[in-house]
Write a protein that binds this ligand. Structure first.
Ligand code: PGA
Length: 249
């Protein structure tokens, strides 16, 4: 059975003053059924690992380089993230694709490096509003799936996050039918490529304006195994009810 995953992406938010949020979450959810992952900025990983050594929370990073080391000023390698306490890395987030011109082949290269280092990967994909309105969503997702995911994955090491770009940070959420259609499509495509058994074990997250108020409804959708949460993961007060909704789903 797939273990549900509540993943928090802090993006470029958080300083040491915010470590208390992770400490509070760990204390509040010591008996969590779901897995909880927080991806703080790189600068907090090592210190955050103090609160995640024994509790229910695992740590993730928000990006990594495709090379193991070398002359790449300002970049960070998968090994470094693992060393700092991460066990996941989020790759191909739409903000990376847009702001850093990352394409599917870049994401795939980074994913290979992360898997080689021993990290699990959360690979993100999603359509623009114009693509949805033109009825191209499944084509876009199909292309991103084929291009971003390397061949050597397993149900243990790969998580896929469907994040419609127009829903990220906007308060807009697709309909339940739209979420369901895309998640079913992703599962079917994964089955075609990796076989039904592997596809059944890969967790599929929905992301984009997940809040305490809409979480339960989204988690009731078949093939939604959790969420990738941005804004509402920044405080324990907001993230906690989302985790509780996932535990109850
Ligand atoms: P949001 O971000 O929850 O703030 O919409 C989601 C994400 O970008 O992962």
């Amino acid at each position: 059975m797939r273990r549900k995953l509540a993943a928090g992406n802090w993006k470029m938010n958080g300083t040491s003053a915010d470590l208390g949020q992770i400490e509070a979450l760990a204390a509040a959810h010591s008996g969590a059924i779901s897995e909880i992952m927080i991806a703080p900025p790189h600068t907090l990983l090592h210190r955050a690992s103090e609160f995640t050594k024994t509790g229910p929370i695992t740590l993730g990073a928000q990006d990594c380089h495709k090379r193991e080391s070398g002359a790449h000023t300002g970049d960070i390698s998968a090994d470094m993230l693992l060393d700092a306490g991460a066990s996941y890395v989020i790759l191909g987030h739409s903000e990376r694709r847009t702001e850093h011109d990352e394409h599917d082949e870049d994401v795939r290269g980074k994913a290979r490096a992360a898997l080689k280092a021993g990290l699990r990967v959360i690979i993100c994909m999603g359509e623009e509003l114009e693509e949805r309105e033109a009825d191209n969503t499944l084509d876009i997702i199909g292309g991103q799936l084929a291009g971003s995911i390397p061949d050597d994955i397993s149900g243990e090491t790969l998580v896929v996050a469907y994040e419609p770009i127009w829903a990220i940070g906007t308060g807009k959420v697709p309909t339940i039918a739209q979420i369901s259609e895309v998640h079913d499509f992703i599962r079917a495509r994964l089955a075609k490529r990796f076989g039904p058994q592997v596809a059944r074990s890969i967790r599929l997250l929905y992301g984009g304006s997940v809040k305490p108020a809409n979480a339960a409804e989204i988690f009731a959708v078949d093939n939604v195994d959790g969420a990738l949460v941005g804004g509402a993961s920044l405080t324990a007060q907001d993230f906690s009810p989302i985790i509780a909704a996932l535990d109850a789903s």
